[in-house]
Design a protein around this ligand. Structure first.
Ligand code: SF4
Length: 179
């Protein structure tokens, strides 16, 4: 099985990379996060992602598009903003997997203790069915601390919020209220 991982950032990629290497899996990673806001943050995460892949000597791809208008137009049509986000990122990854000859896909979001794991799983499975691929369903949460510590050691950029414009507001609004 050849697995293409959607990668939300370099830091979250570290533990899935470690496990896939240990298990001798055939895999690559794909940075496709069109709703990371602002553009400067998207670029910073992209740079860290590439650095992590280079340091680990693993194959990777980058989606260079930044369709801000599409994101603004469509994300608010979903009741649950994260549902749109998972759908968009995983569907991009499934399409890339097909184009590059991978037969399965997954996401490094599975390392996060903050994400809606069940929603990611359900979204991934539905997309896999649509494209005739396998959704590689894996729990990486035990590696959260490992990834953070290694990122600190390597002085990688570590983001302060999940990614979208809404999560940025929530993070800093909360901080302001605490003052
Ligand atoms: S909070 Fe995170 S997972 Fe949810 S929509 Fe924003 S970036 Fe995506």
């Amino acid at each position: 099985m050849k697995i293409l991982f959607h990668a939300c950032c370099g830091v979250c990629s570290l533990y899935p990379i470690k496990k896939m290497k240990e298990e001798g899996k055939d895999f690559a990673l794909y940075y496709s996060n069109p709703n990371i806001h602002p553009y400067k943050e998207w670029k910073e995460r992209k740079k860290t992602f590439a650095a992590a892949c280079e340091d680990e000597h693993v194959r990777y791809f980058i989606d260079q598009s930044y369709p801000l208008e599409d994101f603004l137009r469509t994300q608010l049509t979903y009741e649950n903003r994260c549902q749109w986000c998972y759908q968009c990122r995983l569907e991009n990854t499934a399409k890339k997997a097909l184009a590059e000859g991978y037969d399965a896909f997954s996401t490094t979001l599975f390392i996060s203790i903050y994400q809606d794991r069940e929603l990611i799983r359900a979204t991934g499975k539905a997309i896999a069915e649509k494209y005739g691929l396998t959704f590689y369903d894996r729990d990486f949460r035990e590696g959260f601390t490992y990834a953070q510590e290694l990122a600190k050691e390597r002085e990688y950029y570590r983001q302060k919020y999940c990614g979208c414009i809404f999560s940025e507001r929530d993070r800093y609004m909360k901080k302001r209220k605490q003052k």
